[in-house]
Design a protein around this ligand. Sequence first.
Ligand code: ADP
Length: 614
Amino acid sequence: MIAPRNTLVWLAGALMAALLAGLALVAHQQALATAFQQLRDRGQNTLNLAESTLRGQLARFEHLPELLADQRVIRSLLLAPRDPDLVMAANTYLRDAAELLGASDVYVMYRDGETLAASNFDQPHSFVGGNFAFRPYFFDAIDHGAGRFYALGTTSNKRGYYFGAPIDVAGQRLGVMVIKIDVDELEQAWASDELRIIVTDPEDIVFLSNRPDWLFRAFGALTPDRLARTQATRRYASAELGEIDFQSRLDRRGFRLLSGHGEDAVAGEYLVVKSEMPQAGWTVQILLPTRAARVQAAASVVIGLLGLGLLGLLVTIVWLRRRQLAQRLEMEQAAKDDLERRVIERTGQLRDANAALREEIAERGAAEHQLRKTQSELVQAGKLAALGQMSAALSHEFNQPLGAARNYAENAQVLLAQDRHAEAQGNIERILGMIDRMTRISRHLRNFARKPNQKLRHVTLSDPVTEAQELLGWRLRKSGVTLSVDLGRAPLQVVAGPVRLQQVLVNLISNAIDAVEGGQNKTLDLSARREGASVSLVLRDHGPGVPDGIQDRIFDPFFSTKDVGKGLGLGLSISYNIMRDFGGSLSMRNHPEGGAEFVLILQAAPDAALEAAE
Ligand code: ADP
């Protein structure tokens, strides 16, 4: 799977590279053409300038030989060529004329080619006496009425341009008037390091150049016939001719290019602009080095490529950034979706958990309800158990006053029969007292056995205490136990259910009687104190106390250390829960001096409201 993908990437890369290379090539060609065009335009301007300067310079002298030929001093000389005076006169005239005209040399040739007089007659290389019949300016003037030529002077060894005009005297062509101008001056105007301005002859030999290194050198090989033609006119006199090793070609866009291979200044490539000057018989050429143009073209391509690369980079960066952004957004979206999904999931879980919790609460509510029901049933059972325990003693409690009442009643019958009314009255009162006591006990028993009203009230603490004392009076008396009560001076008001509080007290006092029954000290102390918003009730006995190991368990239901039939193990558990229902508490501690101490904490009722017992 990986290999084909790699190949594809490589192929795409190669294609891209080829495309770029092609693009670069085309761009380079275009840039080169533009640069060459600019170069050619510049060359053309220079060429025009050089050509017109040359034309102007030559035009200045063009008709002067004719003018001079017409002078009397010249014509006279030709009629008497050997007359020294006339020669001298002509020499002087020609010297003055040359100076005046700014010509290099001015001279007169006889029809056989011999120079009769010259402006340089008094110079070391004087032309006088020289025969230049081989020069075209001479024979063209004789044959065609005008002659022009440029050449290296055979005598002066200086390059010059020659204008020749025939001297006709009395209808006879007796000689030729010649003006030679210095071409060095022409070259001086062309000074340039950059380009080459050259003038070549019909044989392609450089005659004028703004740089001397190419002078008298021919483009291409100097073949024998080329040499022979040059020799005939002795254009270059005795100067040594050379060759310029070059290749000329016309490129596709029509630029003429010339590349020189020599090791000297010929080396390099040139763009050629040329113009023929048929009148002068020469060709003016401007050779412009192409190096700068090529560098410029290459540079513009490189710059273009760099620009393209930069653009590509920019596009890539923008694309990458956009992709990054898109990826980030995608990731964020994914994270958001994930979060949403988790929130939905979590919400669902929470809903389920809530439902489960509600169910649990409902179950707990039901369980608590069940518990309370069971508890109240247990309370009832506990009470019935206590009643069962008490019934034997109670029958004694009732039988005794009943027996006594019967005795008192029989006694009263006897006393009434004897009319001892006052004593009978005393007996009846005793009987009534006994009935009252029994009534009270039976009422308490009824209350004890009945299911209590669940409502809490303000209860005067002494009431349930007194009732509990009365309920347990027979047990206390039977077992010889003393219960000393100290509830303080002011009546204490607590928040409780009076019957249930009485039941708690009965439980605790019963346990305490159990604890001290067989012991030495058979006293119980019940005391109560107001402590801020609470009332604390402490029952202390002098029994054995509760062993450390079971202190935590005595409030558990059905925990009992007593013999079967004697204890159910419910008393403390029920009492504990009742106290909690009152908003209070029940706790136990062993007294440091022996015996157990049960502490009841109850909420104190606001002092004002005193409410009746149930
Ligand atoms: P029961 O009296 O039927 O055994 P309770 O719940 O009333 O049930 O008491 C549990 C246990 O706590 C008793 O069996 C006894 O061991 C212990 N106990 C309660 N009161 C005292 C006390 N005043 N002194 C010593 N032990 C006590």
